[in-house]
Design a binder for this molecule. Structure first.
Ligand SMILES: Cc1cc2nc3c(=O)[nH]c(=O)nc-3n(C[C@H](O)[C@H](O)[C@H](O)COP(=O)(O)O)c2cc1C
Length: 156
């Protein structure tokens, strides 16, 4: 099975943020996304059957507090991708990874494992991050912007 990101469609489509509470909608409105595993499998399966190319999680270690604690409930993105690899057939399964929170050797090993589980459908979304409270959880203060990108280039 080829990775859907390399199919013939000129415009690729993805679903983003199904692993985090409220998804991408910071709202107190009713009906927000609850990221149970059952909901994740349901959404991912629908997208997979519809031919959507990409299932992309948010990397989040700490919610944003306040009334809804936006994104406070979430699945870790590598193990999430490994699980959805087994529940889907054609969509690419991504992990999203902040470079300062993940050692590149661990990322490579985990990504390779998910690539085997998914039969070549794994993709890594490398991000630098910006939310300092979650970096502090790792004892890694937020670096100055350009230094962070140099660090990211070294990591990949
Ligand atoms: C497609 C995409 C996905 C992203 N996903 C996340 C994420 O899951 N978690 C996160 O903290 N930041 C995420 N970011 C934000 C990046 O960490 C970074 O803050 C953003 O790209 C801004 O970069 P800049 O500081 O160079 O402007 C994402 C960015 C993009 C473009």
């Amino acid at each position: 099975m080829a990775n859907a990101l390399f199919n013939d469609n000129r415009l690729k489509l993805g679903v983003f943020g199904l692993n985090v509470s409220h998804g991408c909608a910071a709202t107190t409105a009713e009906g927000h996304l609850e990221p149970t595993w059952q909901n994740n499998v349901k959404i991912a399966s629908m997208a997979d059957r519809a031919g959507i190319e990409a299932l992309v999680p948010v990397a989040r270690w700490k919610g944003f507090g306040g009334k809804t604690n936006f994104n406070g409930e979430c699945f870790e993105s590598y193990t999430w991708a490994a699980g959805l690899a087994g529940a889907t057939r054609q969509s690419s399964v991504f992990s999203t990874s902040h470079v300062p929170t993940m050692h590149p050797i661990v990322a490579a090993k985990q990504g390779t494992t998910i690539d085997h589980i998914s039969n070549g459908r794994f993709v890594l979304n490398v991000v630098c991050g910006w939310y300092e409270p979650e970096f502090l959880m790792f004892g890694a203060p937020l670096m100055e912007h350009d230094t962070l990108y140099e660090y990211a280039a070294d990591s990949v």
